[in-house]
Design a binder for this molecule. Structure first.
Ligand code: G1P
Length: 297
């Protein structure tokens, strides 16, 4: 850690979205509670936080999202019911969900964009660096994705975000960065200095094919920039536009992610994640693989 940087203790998880891409499933259930095998999507992100040393998870939530709060709260009735039935292992499984971190909730009452959602957490974060995790993206790698960014932030004092190469026909779905090699970086070619970002550009206007994956570690200065950010792409206050100001200050790095990104916010990506995690499941994997191999495709 440089003498100036503070430890990254907090993470902001924006979960106020309506999840319209998954209707009718999301009519009464938050998108974040859709399950990949047997865990709600949002639990994967919270587990990544815990594995990354985060101590305090701040959900930016909205109406009809109570299931998320309940999921990360204790459930003494369910636990004692399971224990009385001799299912101590399940009782422990339920008990351990989200243990070890503090949770706070604040609301984004209007759907004004991702940048606005992050800004809603400003008071809870305060004057310290923080992570942002988009819960519909599951990042799977040897090192927890957020931890990798925390290490870059704590060593350099610059914000750090994960990027990955995306096919040209998909650049319009991502924030795309313009970046140059970082001189004398201990991470070699994996870490680049961002000079500009564009939210969801056309293939013709994209400055590169490096797409923002949905993991960020940012200094608190971003809040001042977001407060001044006007609606941009899609009429929304974009986090990407606030990040451009950090890049102008020469304070934003891109880390090329070398794990696997599952974009479960998209129906096809969600199905693919279900297959990938199903195949890896210690109890189901073997039978599931045999089932898939038997399909006459
Ligand atoms: C958001 C961000 C975008 C990023 C993407 C990753 O877009 O605005 O910059 O590349 O997440 O999933 P969304 O997918 O929420 O429209």
């Amino acid at each position: 850690m440089t003498t100036k940087t503070k430890k990254v203790r907090k993470a902001v998880l924006p979960v106020a979205g309506l999840g319209t891409r998954f209707l009718p499933a999301t009519k009464a259930i938050p998108k974040e509670m859709l399950t990949v095998v047997d865990k709600p999507l949002i639990q994967y992100a919270v587990e990544e936080c815990i594995a990354s040393g985060i101590e305090h998870v701040i959900f930016v939530t909205g109406r009809h999202k109570n299931a998320i709060e309940d999921h990360f709260d204790l459930s003494p009735e369910l636990e004692s019911f399971l224990e009385q039935r001799g299912k101590a292992d399940l009782a422990r499984l339920v008990h351990d969900i989200g243990r070890g971190v503090q949770f706070s909730y604040t609301r984004q009452s209007e759907a004004l964009g991702l940048g606005h959602a992050v800004l809603c957490a400003a008071d809870l974060v305060g004057d310290e660096p923080f992570a942002v995790l988009l819960g519909d993206v599951i990042m799977e790698g040897a090192v927890p994705a957020t931890r990798e960014l925390v290490e870059i932030y704590e060593a350099t004092g610059s914000g750090a975000i994960h990027v990955e190469r995306v096919p040209r026909e998909r650049v319009h779905l991502y924030g795309i960065v313009d970046a140059k090699p970082e001189k004398e970086s201990r991470w070699g070619e994996k870490v680049l200095r961002i000079t500009n970002l564009v939210e969801k550009p056309s293939a013709e206007k994209a400055p590169s094919n490096l797409g923002v994956t949905g993991r960020y570690v940012l200094p608190p200065e971003i809040f001042g920039y977001l407060a001044k950010t006007k609606p941009g792409t899609g009429g929304e206050i974009q986090l990407t536009d606030g990040l451009c100001r950090l890049a102008e200050d020469n304070k934003l790095l891109a880390c090329i992610y070398d794990g696997k990104t599952h974009d479960a916010g998209d129906k096809l990506g969600f199905l693919q994640a279900t297959v990938d995690f199903g195949l890896k499941d210690p109890k189901l994997g073997k039978a599931f693989r045999a089932y898939l191999q038997g399909l006459k495709l």
